[in-house]
Design a protein around this ligand. Sequence first.
Ligand code: NI
Ligand code: MN
Length: 230
Amino acid sequence: MSIKLRWYGHNAWMLDVQGVKILIDPFISNSPASPEEMKDVSQIKADFILVSHGHNDHLGDTVKIARNTSATVVAMADMAGWLHGNGVQNILDMNLGGTVMLRPGLSVKMTYAAHSSTLPDGKSGGNSCGFLITMGEKNIYFACDTALFSDMQLICPENLTLAVLPIGDRYTMGPADALSAVTLLKARRVLACHYSTWPLIRQDVEKWTAQVRALGVDSEVLTPGNIIEV
Ligand code: NI
Ligand code: MN
């Protein structure tokens, strides 16, 4: 069984898991990184929307897409009230360390992230988080916005198929810490995101990817819009 993964730029991703569409941090219509032809979010179909925290470059178009599609929004319990108050009908609330089944054989675990989470109205969104998505033998870790933390080595000690890591620096890990994360995670394959969306987080992703490969880990540079398979 394969999982298709499409990058919208920044930390926005669409997973297609055997026809189940899982959108992650859909900051799309206002994202400088999203290709113009992908910015019309009324075209997006989703079964689930995973939101890592309340910052607008992650929450993004969540409310609009959830209202259009009736997708279930998976988020930190502290964000549920805000989501409900903004017209999101289907909310799956959880907290760090918890795992939920989205479909038989398809689970999401909410993982620790070292970051903040303030909602658009200034209220707290609780903790920020990452996600570990598991389907059968495969699993993908989305670190989302985070600093480096040594417990990354515990996220999936044996068998991580793919890790998606921020490298932009300033608001998250930068390239050097993200390289340390690659070592801690022991993933077979790694992708960079959350870089060069704005000048403040501009990074040399080609150089970083070469450094990851030098560690013996598969990695490639994506362009927003690209689809890969894991
Ligand atoms: Ni953030
Ligand atoms: Mn961010």
